[in-house]
Design a binder for this molecule. Structure first.
Ligand code: LLP
Length: 412
């Protein structure tokens, strides 16, 4: 995906310094091969188990990225009408779409029913009643799964942990059978599955396995009670390596570890991975504007900022930052900061890094997931372009915004 040849960093066959010279910076760059390899790792590891890998669109929703995955056969996990629109625009198959999220609006439910999605992951009884009523009006039957809250600790950043009973997500395990029972009376719903998702950036998959055991037991209990449960949706959450040398769970090993548990159930297994598919396959390219010192503290001021990649500011997330062209100078320790007028605008703090000079390019690694999608126009900064590399070629899949784009839709 990303590797050095001599002192130059490449994405697949493309030297990133050349690409940066053409497209300008900041820019997000994705490796098509990297994305497809991770998707296929999931798909192939399921082997003969009936399955559906539903890519979590929220991680990176660029049309070209969705198109790549759609052509590879992926399903999609969406959380809004906007994401459904993107999936359909990209050629995704609606019959492989699951709709998650705690606050679906009536318009979104209507759109999803009209599009013929596979099923809804429901998070409350009120939502079930809404979907039933809207399905009845259209004369269709909607598939649903209850997202249960297995009350296991995903051991990750508190903002992206979701599986504890104190979180807003899901319905408690103990209440789920009653909810399925009452849903039997809703004649335009069919209980397709059971779903869960305990959090994101999970580096030790054992809590996921603990949750799988719990939802598997629940699915068995529901089937015994006569519910037509056909699938288990295990959510996403597999972590990736953000630190150099960090060990992240292997996709293939993780899926293989599920086989034994799931084979006997005869259920179709769905997963909703986002980060582990696109995260490592993307970088944010940025250019050094200035070097400065305040007292003993060293700053590298770059042209990317918290509006482009908010993860370091928001979650204190670590992203490796490496030189696009290596030099032989001794390393420095510096804060890498952007032009936004906030102390919280940093990409790295007290980081040992390459001794870069103004004009040099840096790559902020593992920025393919929750990067561009969480970017904003804060400080009236046009959003960065996105570039997709395929072999020795690349194309701009989303143009850099212009000043006109910034005021589009506004009136004086
Ligand atoms: N399914 C559901 C229901 C989810 O809520 C999520 C992520 C996923 C699947 C995909 O999880 P993944 O495989 O990507 O871990 N902005 C944060 C991450 C928020 C994740 C929210 N839900 C970040 O930058 O770390």
């Amino acid at each position: 995906m990303f590797s050095y040849s001599e002192s130059d960093l490449y994405c697949e066959g493309v030297p990133l310094a050349d690409l940066a010279g053409h497209t300008g910076t900041p820019a997000f760059v994705y490796s098509a091969q990297g994305i497809l390899d991770s998707y296929r790792a999931y798909h192939e590891a399921f082997a003969d188990l009936p399955h559906n890998v539903c890519y979590a669109v929220k991680a990176n929703s660029s049309l070209a990225v969705l198109g790549l995955l759609a052509r590879a056969g992926a399903g999609f996990d969406i959380v809004s009408g906007g994401e459904l629109y993107r999936v359909l625009q990209a050629g995704g198959d609606p019959s492989k779409v699951v709709f998650s999220g705690v606050g679906k609006t009536p318009d979104e439910v209507e759109y999803a029913l009209a599009s013929g999605i596979h099923s809804f992951n429901c998070e409350s009884e009120a939502e079930l009643m809404l979907i039933d009523a809207m399905a009845a009006r259209r004369g269709v039957t909607a598939g649903f799964g209850i997202r249960v809250n297995p009350d296991v600790d995903a051991v990750t950043h508190p903002y992206i942990s979701t599986g504890l009973s104190e979180h807003k997500f899901g319905i408690a395990m103990s209440e789920a059978p009653g909810v399925y029972e009452r849903a039997r009376k809703l004649t335009h719903l069919t209980a397709e599955g059971v779903s869960c998702h305990i959090g994101s950036q999970i580096l030790d998959p054992s809590p996921i396995l603990e949750a799988v055991d719990k939802v598997l037991a629940l699915a068995g209990q529901l089937r015994a009670a006569g519910h037509p449960i056909r699938h288990l949706d295990l959510g996403g959450g597999l972590g990736i390596a953000y630190h150099a040398g960090q060990k992240a769970p292997e996709i293939r090993e993780f899926i293989a570890s599920l086989h034994e548990r799931l084979r006997a159930s005869g259920l179709c297994v769905m997963v909703e991975p986002g980060r582990s598919i696109v995260g490592p396959a993307g970088i944010l390219l940025t250019r050094v504007l200035y070097r400065k010192k305040n007292g003993a503290k060293e700053f590298v001021v770059v042209d990317a900022a918290m509006n482009d990649l908010i993860r370091p500011s928001l979650y204190r997330a670590h992203h490796e930052i490496i030189a696009v062209r290596k030099n032989a100078l001794p390393a420095i320790t510096a804060d890498v900061v952007g032009p936004v007028c906030e102390t919280g605008d940093f990409l790295a703090r007290d980081r040992e890094m390459a001794n870069v000079m103004p004009g040099d390019y840096l790559a902020v690694c593992a920025a393919g997931a929750y990067g561009f999608v969480q970017s904003s126009n804060y400080n009236s900064r046009p959003r960065a372009p996105e570039v997709l590399v395929e072999g020795s070629g690349y194309r701009v899949i989303r143009k850099r915004e212009t000043y006109e784009d910034l005021v589009r839709g506004e009136t004086l």
